[in-house]
Design a protein around this ligand. Structure first.
Ligand SMILES: Cc1cc2nc3c(=O)[nH]c(=O)nc-3n(C[C@H](O)[C@H](O)[C@H](O)COP(=O)(O)OP(=O)(O)OC[C@H]3O[C@@H](n4cnc5c(N)ncnc54)[C@H](O)[C@@H]3O)c2cc1C
Length: 400
């Protein structure tokens, strides 16, 4: 085993997980190399919200200020009926004040650029697809599809939902699909409902819509729809060997045609080529993420449905906890098991919570949907604040 000053980490995947892990390990003097299968980093995509827990993790990495500059702080979040009538206010602003960091809406390309600005570009190797890994006496040996080989003290599989690292250890036959599709887009849009720092969620029957301010006259919107054709759509997407598909704008226009004006208008003014269709799915939580000098991080470890909106935030948390554990001991194997011990219980809880919220949100029965909206309408804001505060708690393990 190497000493702390010359330990070397091989990170597979340059998504938000891999890049944040690299920033974290750089901070404690571990030598880091990131290997990404894509020949060019994807700069497309839409936006996400980085919740309070994710911003607190970025604070521990020293990246929160830059991320805030790259996005729009969410101050007003509302749940609404499909016609725009208010159901309730979600006090994310108060949760942010209480826990010390706001929720921020950021375009994915801005997140990528911000994280990349904290990494030395020599550390990133593109066009390197992991084929397999082997444990060695001193650590791990990784072989790429192009036949090249690298060795390190540890391997961090941050290679997303279809992780090759996870596949080699545990297989990938545990995907849990949903019965709905999601459409996503960003576009230029102005409307009186889209005030600075606003996020509006509209809850229908088996259909939802979200409309969020991204700053600079831009919005991020997403819609979901229950469909019996998820399997067929999935088949088509897998033929394209990707997660995204071009969306059928006419279907989206038709789905939300009777919803409030801002929903109808934002879809109408979005160029069709800006809209993607995504299949939401998670995996059954694992009880173990690795062995010896290998572990998982981000979606490779705990892919979740999007209802909680914390996938990226959790990858940032993983990176901070991994950093703390590797700082606490020179023994890589011990540090990785300690990291997993900290992270598995919380991420398992959140994967399951996200699925439960998703079931509630996508409910199709008219009376159940009415009951849900009424329950939230009468629920005291203070109670929602307590629930959200609990969901956003992130504690960093203390090194003694
Ligand atoms: C519709 C939708 C909305 C979302 N909204 C939010 C939100 O509001 N807030 C939030 O926090 N999260 C959100 N998420 C979740 C978030 O996008 C993910 O959790 C996050 O992007 C995961 O990052 P990652 O780096 O772990 O994985 P990925 O982004 O999947 O990155 C993995 C990387 O590994 C590479 N790779 C894969 N296999 C190999 C290999 N064999 N060799 C080398 N490289 C490889 C891939 O090319 C990729 O670049 C959302 C997700 C979806 C689908």
């Amino acid at each position: 085993m190497s000493t702390s000053s010359n330990r070397k980490a091989i990170i597979i995947g340059a998504g938000m997980g891999g890049l944040s892990a690299a920033i974290a390990l750089n901070k404690i003097g571990i030598s880091v190399e990131i290997y990404e299968q894509a020949k060019k980093l994807r700069d497309a995509g839409t936006a996400i919200s980085i919740t309070t827990n994710g911003m607190n993790a970025l604070k521990a990495l020293g990246v929160d200020g830059a991320m805030m500059d790259a996005g729009e702080v969410i101050t007003d979040m509302y749940a609404r009926e499909t016609n725009g009538d208010l159901i309730t206010r979600m006090p994310v602003d108060k949760v942010g004040e209480k826990l010390g960091a706001p929720t921020v809406m950021v375009h994915r390309k801005n997140i990528q650029n911000t994280l990349l600005s904290f990494i030395n570009c020599d550390q990133l190797h593109l066009g390197k697809e992991l084929d397999n890994f082997k444990h060695t006496k001193n650590g791990v040996r990784v072989t790429f599809k192009d036949g090249s080989v690298v060795e390190g003290d540890m391997l961090i599989g941050a290679d997303g939902n279809h992780s090759a690292v996870r596949n080699q250890m545990f297989g990938l036959d545990d995907a849990r699909h949903t019965h709905y599709v999601a459409w996503l887009a960003t576009t230029n849009f102005e409307h009186p409902v889209v005030t600075k720092g606003s996020a509006n969620h509209y809850w229908g029957q088996g259909e939802r819509f979200g409309l969020m301010d991204l700053g600079d006259g831009q919005v991020y919107w997403w819609g979901t729809k229950n469909t019996k054709q998820v399997a067929e759509r999935l088949q088509h997407i897998s033929l394209l060997s990707g997660d995204n598909n071009d969306a059928d704008k006419a279907e989206i226009v038709n789905t939300y045609r009777d919803w409030s004006d801002e929903v109808v208008d934002v879809i109408a003014c979005t160029p069709a080529e800006n809209i993607i269709e995504v299949n939401t799915r998670d995996r059954k939580p694992l009880k173990k993420w690795g062995e010896k000098g290998v572990t998982l991080l981000g979606d490779a470890a705990h892919p979740a449905l999007t209802s909680l909106g914390m996938g990226a935030a959790q990858a940032f948390e993983d990176s901070v906890v991994l950093m703390k554990c590797l700082e606490s001991t020179h023994d890589v194997n011990k540090a990785l098991r300690l990291y997993e011990k900290h992270r598995i219980p919380l991420t398992t809880k959140r994967v399951n919570l996200s699925r439960n919220i998703s079931d509630m949100e996508q409910v199709e029965n008219k009376w159940l949907a009415k009951a849900r909206n009424t329950a939230f309408r009468v629920m005291p804001e203070k109670l929602i604040e307590i629930i959200l505060t609990d969901a956003n708690k992130f504690s960093i393990p203390e090194n003694k």
